[in-house]
Design a protein. Structure first.
Length: 262
């Protein structure tokens, strides 16, 4: 049981930002990562479609015998995780925009959130914002067009820079001092974001917090892999695998990338 893999899925390559944090914190664990790039962006789909895609991905990972599922996608978490938790018996860890820490630390009491349409329009996002951001002005923007460009590997392109400038403008006009990245694809835009934002604006993403949560839940359920060897990692994508391979470049883990239809 304990030597089974951690299953991770996202609408594409973005969740590898979470996978990297998990691998860093839990280096002995095996992982299976599903990049459903064929169906990206999830953020433009209806809640029902997002639930169906999340079920499809979870079924794949359950068939592989995963002991825990990480929904490495804000859009799938905010639209489908309650449903998944009811339907399956393994623990699920999700990711949501980190409104709470930003709201607690903001001095200007103005926080920007960049996320997908699917996340920003979800009920879970609204209830979290209501609960944790009392007295805070939240300036939210949909990052329309960003995920498709990142899926093409164009993270340093002029198109990305232009879109970010457009989305950040109203936030800067409001004098935000925190920007919450509400999509697991966006940490890959950090170099451009850092160039576009004044130094006083802190950028928050939840990747490291998700990895900690995965560790805590594995420990609580007595599911930590006792192996002393570094974990192995299998990646699956349903489009050409070159972009996913690019996103994994430079990491030292042992891994395979396979393209297949799912
Ligand atoms: N990585 C997904 C997220 O965190 C991207 C969603 C999309 O495919 O639009 O929301």
């Amino acid at each position: 049981m304990n030597d089974r893999s951690i299953g991770i899925f996202d609408s594409g390559v973005g969740g590898t930002s979470i996978w990297k944090e998990i691998k860093k914190l839990l280096p002995k664990e095996d992982t299976i990562y599903l990049a459903d790039s064929k169906n990206a962006p999830y953020g433009e789909k209806t809640p029902e479609q997002i639930i169906q895609l999340s079920i499809k991905n979870t079924d794949f990972l359950m068939d592989e015998g995963c002991k825990i599922i990480v929904v490495a996608c804000n859009t799938a978490t905010t639209n489908a995780i309650d449903y998944l938790r009811e339907k399956y018996r393994v623990p699920f860890i999700g990711i949501e925009p980190a409104i709470k820490p930003a709201a607690l630390q903001s001095r200007s009491k103005k926080v920007g959130i960049l996320a997908t349409k699917g996340t920003l329009s979800s009920r879970l996002f609204h209830s979290t914002a209501e609960m944790h951001a009392k007295g805070i002005k939240i300036i939210e923007r949909e990052g329309a067009g960003l995920v498709p460009l990142i899926e093409q590997g164009k993270i340093a392109s002029e198109e990305i820079r232009y879109l970010l400038q457009t989305y950040l403008g109203p936030m800067l006009d409001e004098d935000i001092d925190y920007l919450v990245l509400g999509c697991t694809h966006y940490p890959y835009l950090l170099p451009v974001l850092r160039e576009l934002l004044p130094e006083k604006v802190q950028i928050i993403d939840s990747g490291a917090a998700v990895a900690k949560q995965v560790k805590a839940v594995l420990e609580k359920n007595d599911l930590i892999n006792p192996s002393q060897k570094p974990g192995g990692h299998r990646f699956y994508t349903n489009v050409a695998s070159d972009v996913l391979k690019d996103f994994l470049k430079g990491n030292t883990a042992s891994y395979t990338v396979s393209q297949m239809d799912f």
